[in-house]
Each structure stands twice: as structure tokens, then as C-alpha cells.
Write a protein that binds this ligand. Sequence first.
Ligand code: PLP
Length: 384
Amino acid sequence: MPVYCDYSATTPLHPEVLHEMLPYLTAHFGNASSAHAYGREARRVVDTQRRKIADLLGVRPGEITFTSGGTEADNFALRASVRQFNIRHVLTTRIEHKAVLAPLLQLAQRGRIDLHFIALDGQGRILLPDFIRLLQQYPGALVSLMHANNEIGNVLDTEAIAALCRRYGALFHSDTVQTVGKLAFPGKDVDFAAASAHKFYGPKGIGFLYNRGGKTLPAILAGGGQENGLRGGTENVAGIVGLASALELALAGQPAAAFHLEKLKSLFVQRLSGIGKPVAFNGQSRSIPGCLPGLVSVRFPETDRPLAELLDERGIAVSGGSACSNLAGGSHVLQELPEAGNGQTIRFSFGKDNTIEDIDTIIRSLQEIYAVPSRRILRQEAFR
Ligand code: PLP
């Protein structure tokens, strides 16, 4: 049986979400801007789903703008706020997602902003004294710090960061793509947040920007004036229904999901000691607190071919770093961690469909790959 352990890259669509979406791909296919009954029905659905999402997150409907996903929402928040608030200095880290780093680097290259990177400790946590120094030096800056890192799982204390941002008059954007539906939404802490439905068993191609207080922003897409003039383009009605439905399911099942993922992660971390080779962990990913539920970033000894490839051949889908780092030729996050260069990193990100049997399969495959003498495997199996 294949084992999928890459839920931080993307998740399968929940069957109930598909069921909710189908009528809006078939019978109710109207354009929400049309004046006739089909259009009015589509408009009604977009409005009710926006309200539902806002209620689920404890925010206001006018604070939610639908986008094509996390990348667009991050780009929107950063580009629009730099322009609207005439931001000159942006404080961030080198381990943000490329959806944040790429637009910021572009703005810096064009001379629009000065980019300042906050120093990190060996586990990828920001060094508060350095952050405070930068806030003091550049009052009124824009701060962009992700809620949870998609490669190593570190979770940020958004409340503490927000308090510092307020003290120094900084705007706070947080990429919450990895935490929406999994951890409490930090709507009261941040000025802007980004979300993407495909990370929580919703459809791909839909997400939102959260803009606390509905601050005036320039449009991200010029067009027909949809999304209150902020994003032109015919609304993705089925996607919006899917996002709302997936969020509702994720939040209702959150405690049970966290329990399940913590159990799998603890077992996995414990059983890694049985592969006959030493392993180490990146960031805070060995622990349950301070890390995304279900994510473990492990450093393994070198193998003749990449370990992710060897696992793939055995039907186990994992990531070396993140899905994007496969395209970008290596992980910019791991590069920033002093010890991550020793060995090769695999990110395991477990999800709702993973089982204890999956952990057995992964451990057995690792034992095979590292060719633990069969006597030792048998002895370990006997203990189970
Ligand atoms: N930000 C983070 C932290 C992510 O993990 C991802 C997805 O890989 C994104 C942004 C981009 O989201 P999307 O795939 O919806 O564009």
C-alpha cells in the first residue's frame, strides 16, 4: 500500500467538501456578477460562504478577500501594503516561504524597500533582541513572519510578535498557510494573513487574504471590480464553497486531528531510533509543542541515491525540505540552519489518513535502505 506523508505540500480533497462543491460546478454554474437568477444565486453563495468563513475564524466578512491561494494572498498583502502605507523598511527572515521572499526581493531590487533579515538561532527561531533592535531602528516598518514554517514546522508566538509590532508602530503580516484549520487563527494579532484551502483538505486554487479592519488597499488584479474592487476576475464559486466547507470540517475535527497527529509523530520519532543509524531533527520538529502537528523534519545519514527517491520507490511519498524546494534546486530554509548540512533532510508531514501501519512501513523501509543486519530487525520486531 502506498504511504502519503506529504500533507504539508498538499492534502486530498475531503469527500464531503467535494459533495458540497459539485452543485456549483454543475447546476449552479452562474457568474456572481450576472444580474439574472443564476448570477444572483452565485452572488448569494459567495456572500454566505464569506460570512461563514469569517464566523469560523472570529473575524468580519469585510476582512476576507478571496484569492487563488496562499501565494497570491502573500503577494497581495506585501505589495499592496508597501504601496498603500508607503513602507520603506520590511523586516523578515531568510526562512519565510518563497511566496513572501520572492515579492519582497523584487521590491528591494526595484529600490522600493530596504529588506532587513532578522537573525535566527540554530533551530530557526528569531532572536528577539535582534528583532527589537530592527524595530527600534526602523519604526513604522512592515514585519512579515510566518505563523508556522512549512519545512521545519516551527510555530511563531504571534501574540508576542504583535505586541512588539504595536509598540514600534509596525504592520504585521503573517503567512498562516500552514496553520489555518490546524491552530487558532491569529486574527486579533496580525494586520494581514494568507490562507490556502488545499492545505486543509479543500480544493486547490482558492485561498484568501485576511486584512484586519478592512484597511484600504490597491487592487491586486485590475479587472471587473470583483471582491470589492480588490481583485478583478470571475469568482471561483465552487472553490469558495469548498474552502468554507473544508475549514468548517477542519475546525470541528481539530482536537481529534491534533491528538491523532501527535500520537503518530511521537511513535515515529521514537521508532526512528530503530533504523540502526543516528538521526537528528531540524528546528523544533522533534517536539510536539512549538511545532506544527504531524510534521517531522529529519536529518538522515547520506545514501548512494537521495533518500526521498529510495522511499518513493518503496511507495512512500515524502519531501526533501518542501514541495517548492524540489523545483528551486534545494532548500533555502535548511541552508540557514547551521547543522542541516550534515546528512540529508526528509520532511515527513502526516495527515488524517495516516495510520500506525504507515509508520511501520516507513521504519521497515528505512531499515532496509540502511541495511540493518536482519538479526537486529527481527529482534526489534519481536518487541512490538
Ligand atoms: N506559504 C506557505 C507557508 C506554504 O506552505 C505554501 C504552500 O506550499 C504557500 C505559501 C503557497 O500556497 P499556494 O500553494 O496556495 O499558493
